[in-house]
Design a binder for this molecule. Structure first.
Ligand code: ADP
Ligand code: MG
Length: 731
């Protein structure tokens, strides 16, 4: 029987998978087609119900239960007009993916009459009996009482899967006792916190500002490879990354893939998933090749954080499903291929006021400039004060492969702000020994607005090695993992900035109470914050060893692994921060910490198992087979009376094979023993550390090294796992 690898290669050669993509002439024609937007709501709801929904979306007002019934009816009528038969509460459990449980509108009345029904209760609240989602001990599993509750701020949508259509209602997921069990609940709370804190500070500058909405524009990197080849790699199927595989003769050193033409097959796939995305209101804008071969990126127009997060999750789901139609596989893992760049997600973040101002865009007048400077410096201060927590917010088994691996931003959290703003902050810092008075009006007239946008927006003054870079009108956080739910990081960023703004307001008010003029008070506190947080600013090469040393001197944390990075969630400081802002109670935080550690352990455990399996059942048999071929050849040559020089080389190769096999198998055995030891460790954190430092740290690279050596020796025809050159370059 032919191996899956060769089957896939044959298929690739004989059938270049031509998939028809229904062309879309105008995106506006399909945009939001499957979304219950306010415009649609206007058509399907009574005045009263519409007003209630609109008020809830615009100002977070609660929708009362009676109104829920009316809205549910409208949503159902709309969905049915589009051929929908089922609905689901769509939520974001802590597994990192989205979840759904489908119910039909169809039901039987007491007398057995069949009807289609979707009442207010079904819209507003559900009990998905989701006892097997991670809860970190918050919700005893046997109790199984978790509720999903409608989040009206994110519109309902219709998901089309093949011929089936399902109405999806975005919801939060909380325990019976009200603790959050998902990624969305704390995010919504963080957004409330920052809105309040930011509006309060905006009042210093403009009394008309009554709402501030944080915005997020993510950039999503991913790999696309042939599905046949992917399916022949059990490691890719089960873990999303290749645990073995020798680097190809050609890697990314030529950089010929970056911004090159998109391969046709991938291009068809892109257009197809973009079409599906537009129907769901995901405003995709850009697509291009990334640095690594077979790596690509897409990005939408930015949106409010909550919606942007939902859209990113939806997109990842859509991409994965649409790829199947094209016989392709999307790899969202942070590091699918060793030695080749990994994938990240860039979270571009800012705040917008209801008066139409981007709070991180330099203004045109001294007053708006001061407002910009306030929010800019507060963000930097937040990053400085909570760098450990920001690092924790992007920690995952997958992202550990990236951070600090000389390609992605390092695990050291710092901010890049560009030459011009560096000068501005230096001036602020050194101004007359820290004293501002009336004469310092000049200070306030700093011509920030003229130079910055040009300098920064044209890409020349940018630093791709910084994890947190100011890019002219927003901060771009580049260290997020490609597979991550943006919500986890966004919850932290918005919470820490909220907290910092709250403190800022207190500090400024205290000076004003002492009789200081408002602008002067603001400048003085800005100056204080610049002094206190400047060590988090770094303009140089974030990938360099020199920076790691410099950062250490500055006392900046550089935590390279997830189990240790996650500690930041449960420090006294973090507990206070999250409790103060009503994001997590202490017990929620402990539970979450536990869940993230468990998640880490499971991922490494699965990788370890698949490594052992592949080494034993794929690599070893191939190696032995080839070794026997060599030995038969040696024997034949000897029998034919040829001298040693005729078979010395073959013998030597056979010997090397023995050596690699022995090393590989030995280490697999030892790794299995180490797992047994680790599994007996009761404390979750200690267990996670054991998995990280012992199982992964001591065995993964060693086993891989020997397997990859064998790949270079064993005859190609005998090798079962598709090779890097095939996965990365064949389509
Ligand atoms: P690049 O960083 O590659 O030069 P852009 O600057 O155009 O690209 O934007 C990258 C991402 O940042 C896009 O998703 C865009 O929507 C988003 N973005 C732009 N402005 C904002 C903003 N004010 N808030 C949040 N995201 C933004
Ligand atoms: Mg960018």
């Amino acid at each position: 029987m032919q191996s899956l690898r060769f089957n896939a290669l044959d298929n690739l050669a004989s059938n270049p998978a031509e998939v028809k993509v229904t062309g879309v002439s105008k995106i506006t024609g399909i945009f939001n087609e499957n979304v219950f937007t306010l415009k649609v709501a206007r058509q399907f709801l009574s005045d009263e119900a519409y007003k209630s929904l609109a008020a809830s979306i615009k100002s977070g007002k609660k929708i009362d239960r009676n109104m829920g019934g009316q809205i549910a009816n409208g949503v159902k009528a709309w969905a049915e007009s589009k051929g929908v038969t089922h609905y689901t509460h769509w939520f974001q459990p802590l597994t990192g993916l989205s979840a759904e449980k489908h119910d039909s509108f169809f039901t039987l009345k007491g007398d057995g009459t069949p009807i289609e029904e979707f009442d207010g209760g079904a819209l507003i609240q559900q009990e998905p009996d989701a006892s097997s989602f991670p809860s970190g001990g918050l919700r005893a599993t046997f109790e199984a009482r978790g509720y999903t509750a409608w989040d009206p701020s994110s519109p309902a949508f219709i998901m089309e899967i093949g011929q089936g259509k399902t109405l999806c209602v975005p919801t939060i997921f909380v325990s019976y006792t009200g603790e959050s069990l998902d990624a969305k609940t704390p995010l919504l709370k963080a957004l409330v916190a920052i809105e309040k804190a930011a509006v309060d500070v905006c009042q210093y500058f403009d009394k008309n500002i009554t709402r501030v909405t944080p915005t997020l524009g993510w950039e999503q990197e991913y790999f696309v490879i042939d599905a046949g080849l992917a399916n022949a790699r059990p490691d890719l199927v089960l873990t999303g990354r290749t645990v073995f595989g020798h680097a190809p003769a050609k890697g990314q050193q030529l950089e010929d893939h970056y911004f090159g033409t998109i391969p046709e097959r991938v291009y068809a796939f892109m257009r197809d998933f973009e079409t599906e995305s537009y129907k769901l209101g995901i405003p995709l804008r850009t697509r291009h090749n990334e640095v690594a071969p077979a790596q690509f990126e897409c990005a939408p127009i930015f949106e409010e954080v909550n919606i942007a997060v939902d859209h990113n999750l939806l997109l990842m789901d859509i991409m994965t499903r649409v790829a199947k139609r094209h016989n392709l596989k999307v790899l969202l893992h942070e590091k699918p291929f060793a030695g080749i760049n990994g994938s990240g997600k860039h979270n571009n973040w800012s705040m917008a006021t209801d008066t139409g101002v981007n709070l991180l865009a330099p203004g045109k007048t001294p007053k708006t400039n001061l407002m910009f400077l306030t929010f800019f410096v507060n963000t930097i201060k937040a990053l400085h004060d909570y760098a450990d927590l920001v690092r924790a917010s992007i920690a995952s088994a997958g992202n550990d492969h990236r951070l600090g691996a000389n390609e992605a931003p390092p695990a050291i959290i710092s901010a890049f702000i560009g030459k011009y703003l560096t000068q501005v902050l230096e001036q602020v810092e050194t101004r007359v020994g820290g004293k501002f008075d009336e004469q310092d009006e000049a200070m306030l007239k700093l011509d920030i607005h003229k130079s910055i946008p040009e300098l920064m927006l044209d890409n020349t003054d940018r630093n791709r090695t910084s994890p947190f870079a100011f890019t002219g009108n927003k901060f771009e956080f580049r260290a997020v993992g490609s597979a991550a739910n943006c919500a986890t990081n966004m919850t932290v960023i918005n919470t820490i900035v909220a907290e910092t703004l709250k403190t800022f307001k207190k500090d400024v008010d205290a000076l004003i109470d002492k009789g200081e003029k408002k602008e002067v008070a603001i400048m003085q506190i800005i100056q204080k914050y610049v002094v206190e947080s400047k060590k988090v600013l770094f303009e140089g090469d974030g990938y360099s060893e020199a920076w790691a040393q410099e950062a250490e001197k500055r006392g900046l944390p550089n935590v390279k692994t997830t189990p240790l990075a996650l500690d930041a969630y449960v420090t006294e400081k973090s507990k206070k921060l999250f409790a103060n802002n009503d994001i997590y109670s202490h017990s929620e935080l402990e539970a979450r910490h536990e869940i993230m550690l468990e998640d880490y352990i499971k991922k490494v455990q699965i990788e370890a198992r698949i490594m052992g399996d592949l080494a034993t059942t794929f690599v070893l048999p191939s190696a032995i087979k080839y070794q026997n071929v060599l030995l038969t050849n040696v024997k034949n040559l000897k029998d034919a009376g040829l001298g040693e020089s005729a078979y010395a080389n073959q013998l030597q190769v056979a010997e090397r094979i023995s050596h690699y096999i022995q090393q590989m198998s030995d280490n697999v055995e030892k790794m299995i023993e180490a797992r047994k030891v680790a599994n007996d460790i009761a404390d979750t954190r200690e267990r996670a550390i054991a998995y990280c430092e012992t199982i992964k740290g001591q065995y993964f690279d060693v086993i891989r090294y020997h397997v990859d050596k064998l790949e270079l020796i064993v005859d190609d025809e005998n090798w079962l796992l598709p090779k890097y050159r095939e996965m990365l370059f064949l389509r």
